[in-house]
Design a protein around this ligand. Structure first.
Ligand code: NAP
Length: 252
């Protein structure tokens, strides 16, 4: 499918060093946008930037104090505007209720809920000027139960409610807010959650078995919808959560 024309637009993508974020950063760049790719690992970001000259890198921990402001400044000092914020960085965590502890819940929410909020806050003055767009990356499990990882699901449910609430709050400013909710997609997410290779492989096989389309997704298959939600010609679409999961939510 052809990409929208985003020539001259400025896009911030978090978690751009791997998986869905890398695919989204490259897809925005191919659509003509200038992209600031954010993540902690400099080398991972550089590998993303090597895929397209329109991708610039900004290593940062999104949970650090003032990270939102620092990231937005990096984009505006370079390009003087922000059109799109993609809140993609996120972590998953296996955490049955019996093993739940305060530090792990706080860590999860710091990245999956607080960081997207503060980045959006910092970008808001620019988004108001450009009539820009926020795209949040949720999950099928933002609106389906996830036994054994309830706080991950709850963090994504929070992101979906932020999406709907901000959409109404910012509509008068011409700022649109939507979310993509991917299903199981090839990325570093399962290994980043600290699972062993054997466990990762068995989770992947089980997921592929449950997905009606019969396989896990590829990052590009999610990224292309992120770019479409950010398309400036999608002028009447706001407050929506688009599930891209091979049909999993219908049966999962
Ligand atoms: N893959 C799936 O099956 C799936 C399904 C549903 C939803 N999602 C969601 O999709 C989004 C992207 O995940 P993914 O699957 O592409 O996983 P991924 O490959 O693990 O990507 C996550 C990215 O976030 C970055 N990140 C993590 N902690 C960070 C921090 N504190 N500060 C800055 N960046 C940080 C990581 O880079 P650094 O480690 O270098 O910081 C990494 O590049 C997440 O929100 C995830 O919850 C994924």
């Amino acid at each position: 499918m052809p990409h929208p024309d985003l020539t001259g637009r400025v896009v911030i993508v978090t978690g751009a060093g791997s998986g869905i974020g890398r695919a989204a950063a490259v897809a925005f760049a191919r659509a003509g946008a200038n992209v600031l790719g954010v993540g902690r690992r400099r080398t991972a970001l550089q590998e993303t930037a090597a895929e397209h000259p329109n991708v610039a890198t900004f290593p940062a921990d999104l949970r650090a104090d003032g990270a939102g402001g620092t990231i937005v400044r990096a984009a505006t000092e370079r390009w003087d505007r922000v059109d799109v914020v993609v809140n993609n960085a996120g972590v998953t965590a296996a955490m049955p209720l019996a093993d739940t502890d305060a530090a792990r819940v706080s860590d999860l929410f710091a990245l999956n809920v607080v960081a997207p909020s503060l980045l959006a806050t910092a970008a808001l003055p620019y988004l108001r000027t450009t009539h820009g767009v926020i795209v949040n990356v949720s999950s099928t499990y933002g609106h389906r139960p996830m036994p054994g990882a309830a706080h991950y699901a709850a963090s994504k449910a929070a992101l979906e409610q932020l999406t709907r609430s901000w959409a109404v709050e910012l509509a008068a400013d011409g700022v649109r807010v939507n979310a993509v909710a991917p299903g199981p997609t090839e990325s570093e997410a399962l290994t980043a959650a600290g699972l062993s290779e054997g466990v990762v492989e068995s989770i992947k096989a089980e997921e592929a078995r449950r997905i009606p389309l019969g396989r896990r997704g590829e990052p590009d298959e999610v990224a292309s919808w992120i770019v479409r939600l950010a398309d400036p010609t999608a002028t009447w679409l706001t407050g929506q959560v688009l599930t891209v999961d091979g049909g999993l939510e219908l049966v999962g």
